[in-house]
Ligand binder design. Structure first.
Ligand code: SF4
Length: 303
């Protein structure tokens, strides 16, 4: 987004949301982990499966961020959950909207351990037939790709699964992309029912250096009984972390994009220095073996 095209929202629209406490955050937990969490506050074993499915539906289908809205559960249980767990959205520091409808959020996540709060950017790009959300996976980056601003910033920390998913939830809130929510007046959004139709892991960080958290978040984002993003519409972009490319195909099964930038090792060593560790021959081999790549119509790889 160029500065000329970008409209800074006034203080009212950019007002920060409730800052989530660090603790038992339910967003980003798998169903078995959520079951364990409910058990820890005394939910009866015979009820746990039903309660997990109810909460999952409220969080990821309806997009609620307040236990009080989970009206198919007893008030007492809602109160107990509200005391024990956190489902609040992360704090939005600023939201910017470009004249072409592109939106950029600066999102703040709380400190963990001795660390400080951290901030990352998430960008939404609407087109007529799709709306693409560019999500960050790390704060800063250990790699130093020559063309990349993030590469000039040291790695502060990996984002957690709830922080990766939180970016999608923030975008869907802002775009009215949950049932019974309205899109903002005058917003340029795609004609499809969904406003966020595609995810690209192309924001700050190398997603394959935060593999476990990215995997967990993307598996939740693509769960059919929740956020239900098609894996064919989720693209993970990597600078070429070869071992995790194999794992991405086997364990996540999303689309893959490679930041190639050069087809000779001597030049790529300069532009994308991870090439010294995983040279082109190894990278191309991993790409050739990526699931689905041999079927042109269904190819899951971009370079
Ligand atoms: S891996 Fe991605 S975020 Fe990191 S320096 Fe390279 S392009 Fe930038």
């Amino acid at each position: 987004m160029s500065a000329v095209e970008t409209i800074d929202l006034d203080a009212q629209r950019a007002k920060p949301r409730q800052k989530p406490a660090v603790g038992n955050i339910l967003i980003g937990l798998s169903k078995p982990e959520m079951a364990e969490a409910l058990s820890s506050i005394g939910v009866a074993d015979k009820q746990i499966r039903m309660r997990v499915n109810q909460i999952w539906n409220w969080l990821y289908v309806r997009g609620v961020s307040d236990f009080a809205e989970m009206t198919n559960m007893a008030k007492d249980l809602r109160l107990r959950m509200a005391e024990a767990f956190d489902i609040a959205r992360p704090e939005i520091v600023t939201e910017q909207i470009s004249t072409d409808g592109t939106r950029k959020w600066l999102i703040r996540f709380p400190a963990h351990g001795a660390g400080r709060p951290v901030e990352i950017e998430t960008v939404y790009i609407p087109e007529e037939d799709r709306g693409t959300l560019c999500i960050s996976s790390q704060v800063g980056c250990t790699l130093t790709c020559s063309f990349c601003h993030t590469g000039t910033q040291r790695l502060v920390r990996n984002l957690r699964p709830e922080e990766i998913l939180g970016q999608l939830l923030v975008a869907r809130d802002a775009l009215g992309d949950f049932p019974n929510r309205d899109a903002p007046n005058g917003a340029f959004i795609p004609e499809s029912d969904r406003k966020v139709t595609n995810i690209v892991m192309m924001g700050m960080g190398e997603p394959l250096y935060n593999f476990e958290a990215v995997k967990k978040a993307l598996l939740i984002a693509s769960a059919e009984d929740g956020l239900s993003m098609s894996k064919r519409r989720i693209t993970l972009s990597t600078s070429g972390v070869v071992p995790e490319i194999y794992r991405t195909g086997d364990e996540i099964g999303c689309m893959l994009a490679i930041s190639l930038h050069a087809v000779r090792d001597d030049l790529r060593n300069i532009l994308v220095p991870i090439n010294k560790k995983y040279p082109l021959e190894e990278l191309i081999k991993a790409c050739r073996e990526y699931p689905g790549v041999s079927m042109p119509a269904a190819s899951r790889l971009n370079m």
